[in-house]
Design a protein around this ligand. Structure first.
Ligand SMILES: [Zn+2]
Length: 417
């Protein structure tokens, strides 16, 4: 997250400094004041002064003593706290809604996923259902003692992040949905600033922050859902492109004679590797979109396939091998383009990784243009279907830390020392 330059003025300068200190505390379990002064370049007196305000506002707490060297004086350390400050992350996808609410320090307060047929319900009903889930999550977080300071929603599609509008979500059949405004209206006085972003971008952020390849500065994340999106981290930063629409890898055309995609084009990558494609090949009797099929949680469909594979079902094995090869082919295009160290595969890809990855890795190695690029490894995410909602909560925390003014307006509670 980039920090925009603050306007000149004492208050703005103070907030910029608070932001600097909070960022260091976000990135470390605990730090002493002297250590913070060293890494931020701020004066010791300034840090002590800022720390007094952060303690007063319960955004940090004393956590004991840091010993530096054998003869160094013990120094009192502080850690990010803010258990009264909530960050609510949400995701709406084709067949579920997920919520992940944390406090400022990342402690999880609410986490759940409910099966929901967002594809079949239509835009208005789906937005209403999302609003209801947001309201329930806000109330649960308030009961846990945290008032959400911001809400971020992950959506599988193109998002105009500055306006909070979903431009196009092909698999939800959404066009130009002013989602941030609609959720704000629905939440009314329970609300908080709402951001909307692409699910793969937010999942990539969650992976970079706390996933299996955390801290890897060149990383591609692939959502493995009905749709397939990509979040691309280059040099530790999310690649957004000129209009914020980069990463639409599911719509790379890999087969001009292939099936029609949700976007209307033919042979997009997700028509080969999306969950609907796998289900159609592995268990056609349960294919998506069949009339009368009840909506089931993606985990259940995937668990059925895993069970079949473990039992040696040949049709399923062929289906998974084929999807694995297509995964490797698309992965090789991404590896040639971005030269990532890892491609983290999420969603159902992760659940079936042991069957998919041998095929995918072989294919990638065969198709990339040079040996260094071939070092790129597919790695299964451990964050599960919750990656995007977790990344959304991470993004809210980042927004708060970039602009602490968001949470400095309420009156401070009793100091905790
Ligand atoms: Zn497409």
């Amino acid at each position: 997250m980039k920090h925009s330059p603050a306007p000149v003025g004492q208050a703005a300068l103070r907030r910029a400094n608070l932001s600097l200190v909070l960022r260091e505390l976000r990135d470390h379990p605990s730090l002493s004041r002297a250590h913070i002064a060293e890494v931020t370049g701020l004066h010791r007196a300034t840090v002590s002064n800022l720390m007094a305000e952060l303690l007063e506002r319960r955004l940090v707490r004393e956590v004991g003593v840091e010993h530096v060297g054998a003869i160094g004086r013990p120094r009192r350390a502080v850690a990010l706290y803010g258990e009264h400050v909530g960050a609510l992350g949400m995701e709406i996808n084709v067949d579920y809604i997920a919520v992940h609410g944390t406090d400022l320090s990342g402690r999880v307060l609410v986490e759940r996923r409910v099966a929901y047929d967002a594809m079949g319900s239509g835009q208005d009903s789906a937005v209403r259902r999302l609003g209801l889930a947001a309201r329930e999550a806000v109330e649960a977080m308030r009961r846990a003692g945290a008032v959400p300071a911001g809400i971020a929603v992950a959506v599988p599609g193109l998002v105009d992040v500055t306006r909070g509008t979903v431009t196009l979500a092909p698999n939800l059949y959404w066009h130009d949905v002013p989602l941030a405004d609609q959720l704000s209206t629905m939440l009314g006085p329970l609300g908080a600033p709402v951001w909307v972003d692409n699910d793969a971008n937010l999942s990539a952020l969650a992976e970079y922050t706390s996933g299996v390849a955390a801290g890897t500065p060149y990383l591609v994340y692939l959502t493995g859902e009905v749709g397939v999106g990509g979040g691309i981290i280059l040099g530790g930063e999310l690649l957004r492109g000129a209009d914020g629409y980069s990463g639409e890898v599911g719509h790379l055309q890999v087969d001009p004679n292939g099936d029609q995609c949700g976007c209307g084009r033919l042979g997009c990558w997700e028509t080969k590797v999306g969950l609907a494609a796998l289900v159609r090949a592995a268990m056609p009797e349960q294919a998506y979109g069949l009339p009368g099929m009840p909506v089931s949680d993606p985990d259940e469909r995937v668990a059925d396939i895993a069970k079949g594979l473990a039992a040696g079902d040949q049709r399923m094995a062929r289906a998974v091998a084929q999807v694995g090869e297509w995964l490797g082919l698309g992965g090789s295009i991404l590896a040639n383009l971005f030269n990532p160290r890892v491609i983290v595969i999420g969603g159902y890809f992760a659940s079936l990784a042991e069957w998919l990855l041998p095929h995918a890795q072989d294919q990638l190695r065969r198709l990339v243009v040079s040996a260094p690029i071939a070092q790129c490894r597919f790695v299964a995410s451990t964050l599960g279907f919750g990656a995007a909602s977790r990344g959304a909560a991470n993004m809210v925390v980042n927004h708060i830390i970039d602009d602490p003014a968001m949470i400095l307006d309420p009156p401070p509670g009793p100091a905790l020392r």
